[in-house]
Design a protein around this ligand. Sequence first.
Ligand code: PMV
Length: 328
Amino acid sequence: MTLSSAPGKVYLFGEHAVVYGEPAVPCAIERRARVGVTRRDDGKLRVQADDLSLDGFTVEYGGQTGTRPDVDVSENLIAAAMGYVDGAIEQVRDVTGEADAGFDVTIESDIPLGAGLGSSAAVVVAAIDAATRELGVTLEPDELAERAFQTEYEVQDGQASRADTFCSATGGAVRVEGDDCRSIEAPDLPIVVGFDGGAGDTGELVAGVRSLREEYGFAADTVETIGDLVRTGEDVLADGDLEELGRLMDVNHGLLSALGVSSRSLDAMVWAARNAGAYGAKLTGAGGGGCIVALDPTDETETALSYTPGCEDAFRAELAEEGVKRLE
Ligand code: PMV
């Protein structure tokens, strides 16, 4: 078996605006997806996912597009796991030239699904890395990020930026603006995550911002303002001024809220963090439900979040310096 892991991420700044060419700054966190891969001789793909923060399931199918495995779990869950893994394996077959390669794939993840922490990107990055290595090919991080992006782009019908996949492949803090992805310096950030137990529908939320932006000039201005904020935020991040970083995260949350992508539980967690003395707090990712990110070097925010109605889990997350890890 070949085993790779890849981290999830939080957005310090810039989600949604990044879809329209503004810069964004995601940051990899030490919550990982681990994907183990063993080659099969019969060309089939078998996927086992025990721990995607959802009910466990095992599916086995022939690997042809359109084949639906006959198992008793929700369509969404099947689509989430199979779509991404299937797409990742297609990339592996393409890059290695082994069009008929089959695999047993085992996925374990401690990143909540669809909650703004980049769970799908982490699974795809780790799956491509492990499966290519299983066939004797080791990809450079840039190529791995590009192949993972292509997978997400196809599975998400073109609704994907390079932010999640690049960040997961390379680790650390990164800056993404269109096709231009680079690593940037970041201090050790005291990141606290609050999770409401839910998930937002990224496609729907992105479409909502798109129509608001088309309808109202001031919504288009709001998207541009997020871009201005990110450009300021990058300098503040380089200076390591956590208080100012927090203030800008607060403003970023307000702008996202104005674009309609926050929710009652996300707002409740953001306010609990602020009231507990966090430097700042905002939703992370597509919104609608899922996670917030706050900066607080003390235990206050984590404690306050754990008592906040609507918050299901609160945890501290270290910055993941390393992106993909080759474990076996
Ligand atoms: O919720 P996530 O982690 O999939 O992030 C979505 C971020 C968006 O900017 C809303 C969309 C994108 O692909 O950049």
